[in-house]
Design a protein around this ligand. Sequence first.
Ligand code: F3S
Length: 754
Amino acid sequence: PVSKIPLSRYDQKTFIDYAVLDRNLSIIRSRLDRPLTYAEKVLYSHIDNPEEVDIRRGSSYVKVRPARVACQDATGSMALIQFMSAGIDTVAVPTSVHCDHQIVAKDGREEDIRMSNEVNGEVYDFMRSACARYGIGFWKPGAGIIHQTVLENYAFPGGLMIGTDSHTPNAGGLGMAAIGVGGADAVDVMAGLAWEIKAPKIIGVHLTGSLSGWASPKDVILKLAGELTVKGGTGSIIEYFGPGVKSLSCTGMATISNMGAETGATTSVFPYTNQMGSYLDATGRSHIRQASESRADSLVADPGAEYDRVINIDLSSLEPFVNGPSTPDRATPNSKFKALVEQNPWPRELSAALIGSCTNSSFQDMSRAANLTRQALGAGLKPKAPLLLSPGSEQTRLTLEEAGVLETFGEAGATVLANACGPCCGSWNRTDVTNGTSNSVVSSYNRNFVGRLDANPATSIFLTSPEMVMVKAFAGRIDFDPTTDSITTPDGKEFKFEPPTSDILPENGFQNADYVYTPPPSARSDVSVDINPASTRLQRLSPFAPWNCEDFINMPILIKVEGKCTTDHITPSGKWFAWRGHLENISNNTLIGATNAFNQSINSVKNAFTNTYSTVPDTAREYKARNQDWVIITDWNYGEGSSREHAALQPRYLNGKAIIAKSFARIHESNLKKQGMLALTFADEADYDRIEEDDRISLVGLKDLAPGRQVTMVVKKENGDEWRVGLNHTFNGEQIEYFKAGSALNLMALMKKV
Ligand code: F3S
């Protein structure tokens, strides 16, 4: 077998050392003495201390050494600011930064990139210079969406990486365990520390048959999201196996892995297949194909490997799904969607159709959508709703242009946006629908939380495959079913779509687009990285105060959150991207989207000192000015959605001390701990209901905070009555030290001094 190859085309001096991975795995294998799943093989071969580690799926913690780190720009600026404050000269692990979130979609690719360079120039310049200074690869605005760039250039079978974006698992389509993390976790790895994670459970998805007709890879994950719900994957890796796997294209598997994030899963992985090999060839990485095929046994599950749960999906009988609105797990087969639309108030008329994004912008996706477009154009039809297209990368955009695919979309009047997130992350200057106007949008993206795309809470967002988006765009209706419905053409005939066909990969491989990448210079010590102290966009971080060794007494409740509270509710995107590198300014959006359980209002909470109602950020700032600690009480799956650590940094900055939840989403819980916050859960969820608006919360006995030991909460009523209960937590020894030091970064600085 091949033992060492360069990590990527851009990292010729760093190698994938298969000998080390194989050695680690053989130590773990002999200790566990049981067959391993593929996800286990990938994760355990990257374990830091294989001789001593205690591996119990779902309970013990393991430390791993990822092969690389990727940061997008909306979380990357804060990650770089944190890395700078760690005082280290060079990243210890190959790292890349991708400018994809801040390009606002409006007029089309060139104009939108020009505008973004003008508006965000200060932030891009900072990131470009910080990358050059610390040895990081820089992908400029318009280069592509982080996950597509990673798939095309950096992902490899059997590898482990982390990324500061929740859809990092996209690389699972190429057999990589790619995990979304907060910036503080990324900084640890960039600084050379091992990264800690609770040993995940493994959910096996057994695929049989093969896709045909209208079904696409997207429908696998749309269906699975319906089965698992937005919480069902929490604490688990989703591993696909079975004879159906080999029928899926590599980019199709990436789509499935990408959107696995919507189930709360740690990541998703596929075992090595020939389709991965073909994709590696087409993207100029045949040497990785050869290396992978020479160690094929390491890249599949062992016979007899056991999963914590198995879900069966027969690809042959799969049909297209439409998920939404408001939550990605509301899954409806397209054949039943018409009836659902009739029972609901969602406008049937389509107001916009969006394809592409990190989820569905592959050569195959776009070519299948173009095939349908050609069918409809041939019948004299035009889309009845604005059609927006977000290519995933410059490499794929160029290739699609060369193949004539973009020309087809142009004939249909589509707007080709920048190779960037655009509407998918709320960077959409939408002018055709006014805020508050009820309307329906279909997209091939991965998220549909209220307000996600256009900041309009009255927009109903439906997720589906690019193929379904395209046919619905021509029909102008969200409930169009191409298997039964037809469209009347201008000459009065009835037109019916045929199921789409296309090549999986470009016949002559992908075009070269290296001009969008800037490697770090070889001489870096004189590169200066400036942050203007007067900047409103960037701000150096001041360390949070360490814990003062005292209990938290009589804290007011900033807000008792009711219902869904994603990171978009805690710190919205869109226009707020501008302040992602400036903690003080971004804090002005803290929890402005969350519903207050006490008055059912959004962004209106009672100030415990003035007894008046004000916005959440204003109230928190007032408490901070009084040096008053406070808590948040919250419902299920708090912090679901993105990896943005601002959702933890902001409450911490504003003097929050603890979040007491029915449950947490994994990345957010970890982000809270990293920033020195107490992430606590109700042992009895009914206690959530007992908490009232004027209650004061004390957390006592914190000196005895220890793994597995409950924290005591004392709730004092307005009339002086008290009740007390134990709260659960998942802090391990090291995470307790973060809390005591004030943050993980503080602890790192302390350790450096020692
Ligand atoms: Fe961008 Fe994909 Fe997230 S397009 S916003 S990385 S979901």
